[in-house]
Design a protein around this ligand. Structure first.
Ligand code: SF4
Length: 325
């Protein structure tokens, strides 16, 4: 049995990252784009797989800037100096790392880069006019095609507390499932994994929770590899759904219903009040979750204490405290 204080993630996630975000001086001008959240906080809990696509294809530092250019209807990454087209080489960097990346649990990309940028990059015509703002970097495009279930986020968006918390949840959940599926797992292990993730899945996607449950129910009689692939696909799809205050409140109510018979009137009232105050936007999520954790530990309730929802990532990341009430 896992002690109450032990994090629900024993596996250290492996996270791909644009090298410049970790402080490597590989940008076009010899600088970097160090992210303190990555180097000072997340670094304690994950292993990194840093990749600088532009350095890997030999563009050197410093180097001329690149830009996205629409040529014959396709977005190409070209040099602003001589128009040389580097698109295919940059995409091939993702192929080159694909074996390592298949073991990764997430990827953090530098925003606004014609190589690494994921969202809303400016695209220019061959005459230099801006065509639209919907471009994607060549490496990022190939990465997301190769690994559609990998949690991928731009560093710029991680300054949003809700997006950051969601991304980190997905990374640690991905690592737990990877650890299971890389082991000599048996159907009962998948049942235990699914049971531990019940509340967390419900808080993202009640339908996803039911879908994954149907796959688990057939695990004893179905082909093992097909079960693993189907469960992983459904699990990651469910975790990719953004949670909402309403879904959190319903999940907390569900946990309350199971814990309620063990609580006296005062504690039952306090917990219910915390949940309703959270639903009414009066208190942050961390309040009812902390109360739940406390009661689960005090009552020695294994099923609840084991729920990843109560401890989805290491506590010292303090991501739920940063969520707006
Ligand atoms: S954004 Fe990507 S290509 Fe540009 S310096 Fe950073 S890691 Fe290298």
């Amino acid at each position: 049995m896992r002690p109450a204080h032990e994090p629900t993630t024993a596996t250290r996630p492996l996270v791909g990252v644009s090298s410049c975000l970790l402080g490597a001086p590989v940008r076009y001008n010899g600088g970097h784009s160090r992210s303190r959240f990555l180097t000072d906080e997340l670094d304690h809990h994950v292993d990194w797989l840093p990749v600088c696509p532009e350095a890997e294809i030999g563009l050197g530092v410093p180097r001329p800037t690149l830009r996205l250019q629409r040529r014959d209807g396709a977005d190409r990454v070209v040099s602003s100096k001589d128009g040389a087209d580097h698109t295919d080489d940059l995409a091939a960097v993702a192929d080159h790392h694909v074996l390592q990346l298949r073991r990764a649990d997430g990827y953090i990309l530098k925003n606004k880069s014609p190589s690494c940028g994921l969202l809303a990059l400016p695209v220019f015509s061959t005459e230099g006019n801006r065509v639209d703002g919907k471009g994607r970097g060549a490496f990022a495009e190939r990465l997301t095609r190769l690994l559609p279930h990998l949690p991928v986020e731009e560093q710029g968006r991680l300054s949003d507390a809700a997006l950051r918390e969601h991304f980190v949840q997905r990374v640690f959940a991905h690592a737990r499932l990877r650890a299971l599926l890389e082991s000599d797992w048996q159907p009962r292990d998948l049942v235990a994994f699914h049971t531990r993730h019940k509340l967390q899945l419900m808080s993202h996607s009640p339908e996803g929770y039911r879908r994954t449950g149907r796959i688990v129910a057939r695990a004893g009689s179905a082909d093992r590899e097909e079960t693993a692939a189907a469960y992983a696909s459904a699990f990651h799809s469910a975790m990719a759904v953004r949670t909402t205050r309403g879904k959190h409140a319903n999940t907390l109510q569900h946990a309350f219903g199971m814990l309620s018979p063990l609580l006296d009137d005062t504690r039952r009232h306090d917990l219910l009040t915390a949940i309703e105050d959270y639903r009414a936007e009066l208190v942050p999520l961390s309040l009812p979750v902390t109360l739940l954790r406390h009661h689960c530990a005090a009552e020695d309730v294994d099923w609840a204490r084991e729920q990843t929802y109560l401890r989805p990532y290491p506590d010292d990341l303090r991501l739920r405290h940063a969520l707006a009430v």
